[in-house]
Design a binder for this molecule. Structure first.
Ligand code: PMP
Length: 349
């Protein structure tokens, strides 16, 4: 039997998101935090394994609402923010517009759901090409616009004036603008949360994955209650499991530790950036996230050589020509990465 012929054409031509477990000593490929919250796991002691989780994640919802100074009704939780991207595209459909290069799931999910994608290349500085964006919005009338800021994989925040221009235009064109702030905790400027009161069509995506809780898969969106209610219709029941709810809620109580880990990562990022700038053969791009995109000669070879030395980074050569991406780790991990790449480049010359 030819299974492939049974698959919907849009899924048949889809490539699965690459998330392989690659054995290594220093793992700097997935933009995770090097600092976890193992002590929060004790909160899982109280959960009942025979009962379904709280479908509304009330305790966690309350804590997040308080942290972000929003009403609990303005929140929708997902099994990672990936799931919320799925829910948004399922609820509102396409065309789905986003700049490229960016987080690949906007495109993968659009295609999986058979929705049209409109991809607008970023400008030379990796900022939004505002003329092209505005033109494409007028032409294609997208239902959803995804803007990852700070952007993965380039690391920079887009100019907020440009995002505001888009928001102002789409108010007239009935599009929703999703500002994906997965990396906002590491950025120097405030994100778009304060804009929610001015723009009903603005949706903010956040995640706990980059701040020490990637294993729990908890993401959330903040938006107008009407948007939340519509997207909630397609949410799978009990999408946030009991363990994740309990442990995330406990971890969020360790606010000081969480903040200090975020600060530590941001300051290590500066050091790592400086060191990479000094190395002959690597050019890092300015970043506001917990990772650094850098250009190097022969990225495929450098990637493999680094891996041979036990250091795993992300090879982005096919997406951003000549580039690798390294996640900021502990000072020790960053040192190991720097030593390894220096050696790999020496071999090159
Ligand atoms: N948005 C962006 C921009 C990301 O880089 C990622 C993770 N790579 C996500 C969303 C998804 O995060 P999660 O599903 O772990 O919440």
């Amino acid at each position: 039997m030819d299974i492939k012929s049974l698959v919907k054409p849009n899924v048949r031509s889809l490539n699965a998101y690459e998330a392989k477990e690659i054995p290594c000593k220093v793992k700097l490929d997935a933009n995770e935090s090097p600092y976890g919250f193992r002590n929060a796991i004790k909160a899982a002691d109280k959960i009942l394994t025979n009962r379904y989780p709280d479908p509304e994640a009330k305790a966690l919802r309350g804590l997040i609402a308080k942290k972000f100074k929003v009403k609990p009704e303005n929140l929708l939780f997902g099994n990672g923010s990936d799931e919320l991207i799925y829910y948004l595209i399922t609820t509102f459909g396409g065309p789905v517009l986003y700049p490229t290069p960016t987080f690949s799931m906007y495109g993968i999910i659009s295609q999986a759901l058979g929705e049209r994608k409109v991809e607008i290349p970023l400008d030379r500085e990796f900022d939004l090409d505002i003329e092209k964006m505005l033109g494409a919005i007028k032409k294609f009338k997208p239902r959803l616009i995804f803007i990852s800021s700070p952007n993965n994989p380039t690391g920079n925040c887009f100019s907020s004036e440009k995002i505001l221009k888009i928001l102002s235009l789409v108010t007239r064109h009935s599009s929703l603008v999703v500002v994906d702030e997965a990396y906002q905790p590491f950025a120097s400027e405030e994100g778009f949360l304060p804009m929610l009161k001015d723009y009903k069509n603005l949706i903010i995506l956040r995640t706990l994955s980059k701040i020490g809780l990637a294993g729990l898969r908890v993401g959330f969106m903040i938006a107008d209650e009407e948007i939340i209610n519509e997207a909630n219709k397609v949410r799978l029941p009990f999408n946030i499991n009991s363990l994740s709810q309990a442990v995330a809620a406990e971890a969020l109580k360790h606010r000081k530790a969480m903040d200090s880990y975020i600060k530590a990562v941001a300051s290590e990022r500066e050091r790592l950036f400086d060191e990479l700038s000094k190395i002959n053969g690597t050019t890092p791009y300015p970043t506001e996230a917990n990772f650094i995109l850098f250009k190097t000669e022969n990225p495929d070879r450098i990637y493999s050589r680094l891996l041979k030395k036990g250091v795993l980074v992300r090879n982005l050569n096919s997406l951003v020509k000549g580039c690798l991406r390294v996640t900021v780790g502990t000072p020790e991990e960053n040192r190991e990465f720097l030593n390894a790449i220096r050696k790999c480049l020496k071999k090159e010359n």
